[in-house]
Design a protein around this ligand. Structure first.
Ligand SMILES: NC(=O)c1ccc[n+]([C@@H]2O[C@H](COP(=O)([O-])OP(=O)(O)OC[C@H]3O[C@@H](n4cnc5c(N)ncnc54)[C@H](O)[C@@H]3O)[C@@H](O)[C@H]2O)c1
Ligand SMILES: [Zn+2]
Length: 367
């Protein structure tokens, strides 16, 4: 069994990301080596994770366990779910030394880690990501959060996990639509900071999307490494970490405008958001034309979401702009965007007037 390990060192905590196939069978040993002693755990598990995994964990982890089955959706990524989790922890008299283990995608992870961070000001949190997106992105870096009617992830904390266990076996049952969502964030990592990795993806994308070894493992490992390095430099997103938001100012507005329904998943919104940001940068930034063409070819080849008109029309314009204005990255009345100027290089803190964004979206929605 090949196991990779990445150590993330931040000022608030250092922790391991353990990546491998079937490693869930070793959960007891992994927890022992990384977490130390604890008495009981609450497992928050996404209902859609195949039952055989919970059976395995029940078998291999000989601890007192309470199981909470979570119906994962952006709509349930809310205060109500947090209250339910906290209630279970309180009722069962959890101590700070006990564990909350999240088994699921980014939504389950974001909700569980937020609950873990506020319960008694922080209990041990172990993330077992089960989607490609969560294995390469959301499980690392300590951003927790829930949505509100005013926008996405507007309530949350920074709370690094104590351990991340990424078993690639989970991905086998993942619908292909969700694999593409994860791929969008892998692509993001390459576009913002690693040109060589982009050309690796360009060559091997089909194998990665088909979950073929060793391409899948390499893409996961590389992506985690990219995110780790950025998070270590800037844990609280004061500066360089902002580049990880590439495509997300548009993307979050798209998701909110679709009321977080499954008409547009997070990864799809990000793919579409990055494409908008690339088009915007071509006119208002300094994106190299040749690189732009290479990325368009990549999007086209993989049929990634790139047509905003498939999802929105002119009547959605005001709604989209109002959500973009509420984005938490904005610091004044202007809208903050991350723009790529060439493959592997991004600038954060590019500020634009609402009217510039309005005209850009208008042009894209009517032409
Ligand atoms: N905290 C961060 O740094 C960060 C970074 C990126 C994204 N996010 C958040 O992550 C969320 C998106 O994550 P996601 O794409 O993993 O979504 P998700 O958690 O909703 O999972 C996607 C779908 O796959 C299902 N699923 C999960 N594991 C499965 C498995 N093994 N087999 C079959 N089905 C399975 C889920 O039930 C869901 O229907 C968004 O809310 C986004 O805001 C957070
Ligand atoms: Zn994202």
């Amino acid at each position: 069994m090949k196991i990779s390990r990445i150590k993330v060192k931040t000022s608030s905590r250092s922790y391991n990301i353990i990546i491998g196939k079937n490693i869930i069978n070793n959960i007891s040993k992994i927890l022992n080596n990384n977490i130390g002693k604890f008495n009981k755990c609450l497992i928050v598990i996404d209902k859609k994770v195949p039952k055989k995994f919970l059976k395995k964990i029940n078998f291999f982890l000989k601890k007192k366990k309470i199981i909470y089955f979570f119906n994962s959706s952006e709509k349930n990524k809310n205060q109500n779910t947090i209250n339910k989790i906290i209630e279970i922890l309180l009722k069962n008299n959890f101590y700070r030394n006990d564990c909350l283990i999240s088994i699921g995608g980014g939504i389950t992870g974001d909700v569980s880690s937020f609950a873990a961070s506020i319960f008694k000001r922080g209990i041990k949190f172990i993330n077992v990501p089960t989607t490609l997106l969560s294995q390469i992105d959301s499980s690392i870096g300590g951003k927790t959060g829930i949505n509100s009617k005013y926008g996405k992830n507007l309530i949350g904390t920074f709370y690094q996990p104590h351990l991340v266990i990424s078993d690639t076996n989970f991905l086998k049952s993942l619908p292909s639509r969700e694999v593409i969502c994860g791929y969008a964030e892998i692509l993001k990592h390459s576009l913002i900071i690693n040109r060589k990795f982009f050309f690796y993806l360009e060559k091997n994308a089909k194998n990665i999307l088909n979950l073929k070894s060793p391409f899948l493992e390499k893409a996961i490992f590389k992506s985690c490494l990219i995110k780790k390095k950025i998070v270590e430099k800037d844990e609280k997103e004061k500066n360089v970490r902002q580049i990880l938001n590439f495509g997300h100012t548009f993307g979050h507005a798209f998701e909110a405008a679709k009321k977080y329904s499954n008409k547009l998943n997070h990864g799809e919104a990000v793919a579409l958001g990055m494409f908008c940001a690339l088009n915007f940068a071509k006119v208002n930034g300094n994106l190299h034309n040749n690189d732009y063409k290479i990325i368009v070819k990549h999007y086209t080849k993989l049929k990634l979401p790139m047509n905003i008109k498939k999802y929105f029309s002119k009547k959605d314009l005001n709604k989209l702009i109002s959500f973009m204005k509420k984005d938490k990255k904005n610091s004044n009345s202007k809208i903050n965007l991350v723009l790529v100027n060439k493959i592997g290089n991004a600038n954060y803190n590019c500020q634009f007037n609402n009217s510039k964004l309005y005209n850009f979206l208008l042009k894209n929605l009517v032409n």
